[in-house]
Design a protein around this ligand. Structure first.
Ligand code: FAD
Length: 389
């Protein structure tokens, strides 16, 4: 096989890139380890920034999203049972979030790519990358029916998530890895339960943070702050619902959580991880393969799509005009946005977790929230970062 671009991984990064490059007339092959069904049913993120939606819309990839997604411009903070809301859309020119589950984004992008004549191989195994610093790198894989195959290409896009085989193909010592562990765990829960709120809730409670996120009219996601070494086995369903009700409740007792069937429960270790630069020879890293951010602020999927937009523009300039400028600045262009998101996420982690290491930090969190509740200028800055600059 010969193609211009080999894309490893069919998540939001890989599929956005594949669609954009295909639309620019640049041939690419997508190699995905999981089956089509698996990637189309894997629930993860669910919040899209307005810029991500604009990107998809510009390329005719947002029809179902725009018809079905809920737009959100308000979030709620609860502190010791008292609630206040931030109308971030009002504070930031009417820009909103779009709540649309990641697996639906992925489903739409796969359909559009195949409809446009794109070449995507599911259920491939043992992907290996070769000659990345040469003019024609190669990517090899074993197909679903056990046949070893290989593609020779101009560029490789490593979009294969945090455990990226692409990133691990770069000689050790070349990348600088910047890592931060927040020392916090989140028990992440997905349930077939209608939302008990109209706006996302971030609640500070003496026993730790609790969050109520929105996914659809029938499914909700919740988070409970736990020790990162905690085991899911210690959290039977009854305990999860009791703890959520307790940590999310209002002082006047008026708020009730609607429960449902829990379909996913796992512990997330809140950490941040960025590699620099985001490229090596003719390999470009995108999305979680290059950077992990905490779920606080809902940036991960959006950063993945932004990387895809930056790389597709650079590839288009290269193929249309022989201009390599965008490819050379790819890493710096993406990292500026990545670090801005990391800074915001870190700031927000510090604001919504009460039982951090010291009471000093708990007081800082409280001061930030009071500032957010009382200052329009502070809230406007939050709004800009939250909905996406
Ligand atoms: P991925 O989505 O991980 O896709 C990588 C793809 O590569 C996968 O399909 C994988 O099967 C494939 N792959 C892996 N290895 C190989 C290989 N060797 N060969 C071939 N294919 C391979 N982000 C937000 O913006 N908002 C949120 O609200 C949000 N909530 C989240 C909640 C949870 C519980 C989690 C876990 C994440 C959340 N995120 C959120 C983060 C978001 O899901 C990720 O940032 C996003 O999926 C990154 O997209 P990606 O394409 O880079 O990687």
């Amino acid at each position: 096989v010969k193609s211009a671009v080999a894309v490893v991984g069919a998540g939001p990064a890989g599929l956005t890139l594949a669609n954009l490059t295909l639309q620019s007339g640049i041939p690419c092959v997508v190699l995905e380890r999981s089956s089509r069904r698996e990637v189309e049913t894997r629930p993860r993120a669910g919040v899209l920034e307005h810029r991500s939606v604009e990107l998809l819309e510009r390329h005719g990839l947002a029809d179902r999203l725009l018809a079905q997604a809920d737009r959100h411009g308000t979030c709620e903070f609860r502190v010791n049972g008292q609630a206040f809301q931030v109308d971030y859309a009002d504070l930031y020119g009417g820009r909103t979030h779009y709540v649309y589950p990641q697996q639906e984004v992925v489903t739409d992008l796969i359909a559009a790519f195949i409809e446009g004549g794109g070449d995507i191989r599911f259920s491939v195994d043992d992907v290996t990358l070769h000659d990345l610093t040469s003019e024609s790198p190669r990517v090899a894989w074993t197909s679903a029916d056990g046949v070893r195959d290989e593609i020779s290409c101009d560029f490789v896009a490593g979009c294969d998530g945090f455990h990226s085989v692409s990133r691990r193909s770069i000689p050790s010592g070349y990348l600088q890895e910047l890592v931060h562990h927040h020392g916090i765990g989140w028990l992440s829960i997905l349930a077939e339960a209608p939302p008990s709120t109209k706006a996302i809730i971030y609640s500070l409670h003496p026993d730790g943070f609790a969050g109520h996120m929105l996914r659809s009219s029938t499914v909700s996601r919740y988070y409970l702050q736990v020790d990162p070494s905690e085991s899911v086995d210690n959290w039977p369903d009854d305990r999860v619902w009791m703890e959520l009700q307790k940590r999310l409740s209002l002082a006047d007792g008026s708020w009730r959580l609607t429960t449902g069937k829990i379909t996913e429960k796992r512990i997330l270790d809140m950490r941040s991880h960025v590699v620099e630069p985001m490229s090596y020879g003719r390999l470009y890293l995108l999305g979680d393969a290059a950077h992990i951010i905490t779920p606080v602020g809902a940036k991960g999927m959006n950063l993945a799509m932004n990387d895809a937009a930056v790389l597709s523009s650079a590839l288009t300039e290269y193929y249309k005009a022989g201009d390599e400028t965008g490819l050379k600045t790819y890493s710096d262009d993406c990292l500026r946005r990545v670090w801005r998101a990391q800074e915001f996420s870190q700031w927000m982690v510090g604001m919504i977790h009460t039982s951090l290491d010291t009471p000093f930090q708990a007081r800082l969190a409280q001061a930030r929230l009071e500032h957010l509740a009382s200052s329009k200028a502070y809230a406007a800055s939050f709004a800009e970062n939250y909905v996406g600059p």
